[in-house]
Design a protein around this ligand. Structure first.
Ligand code: IMP
Length: 190
């Protein structure tokens, strides 16, 4: 079945990280973040759309009294598995982050373009501190230096879907992180 004919079924995609591994690691990250921010109000900034499932799981395992959530919509890939190197805001934050301890919650760090863009626009809003947690990191694909403060898994150069991550808006609902191999990776458009 080609991608043009519609999304593949879950069983046609190889599992990279199963749901249990993801859950376990998200709990560990939540514990580490809770320890680091103990006694301080924390604002989570979830990056839409890919990070919503990760953020939902992360926050429910955190042990912090004062934690709030906002979302920033950023578009980067469209219907391609290659980064366009361009990021743009599709939905701005609802509230100011000035003077707050802010933790960006991102699905995946790939070329680093989006990450740098986020650092730039959020630093300009003068938070007290700005850190980032990413579920997945693909360090081999960097075009710009980028290092998250908390990383769930370092993964090889593969296009992954599931657990909130999509290809052309498909596969976000899958509980595992799976590898998508398009028949024509350069030209998977339209
Ligand atoms: P970057 O700007 O190249 O670092 O790309 C970051 C964004 O691209 C992520 O927040 C994802 O939305 C998307 N992205 C990068 N790699 C993948 C992938 O393997 N699967 C799905 N989305 C990805």
């Amino acid at each position: 079945m080609s991608l043009a004919a519609g999304p593949k079924t879950q069983n046609q995609l190889e599992i990279l990280l199963n749901a249990e591994m993801v859950t376990q690691r998200v709990r560990e990250l939540a514990a580490q973040i809770s320890a680091d921010y103990r006694g301080r109000p924390l604002r989570l900034v979830g990056i839409l759309k890919g990070a919503w499932m990760f953020l939902a799981d992360l926050i429910r395992h955190m042990d912090l009294e004062d934690v709030s959530v906002d979302f920033l919509g950023v578009a980067s890939y469209g219907r391609s598995t290659k980064s366009s190197g361009e990021a743009r805001i599709t939905k701005d934050l609802d509230q100011s982050i000035e003077g707050l301890d802010v933790l960006i919650v991102e699905d995946i760090l790939d070329t680093g373009e989006t990450f740098n863009y986020l650092q730039e626009i959020l630093t300009a809003r003068q938070p007290k501190s700005l850190k980032a947690v990413v579920l997945l990191d693909k360090p081999s694909r960097r075009t710009r230096p980028a290092q998250a403060d908390y990383v769930g898994f370092t993964i090889p150069d593969a296009f992954v879907v599931g657990y909130g991550l999509d290809y052309a808006e498909n596969y976000r609902q899958l509980p595992d992180v799976r590898v998508l191999r398009p028949p024509n990776p350069e030209g998977a458009k339209g």
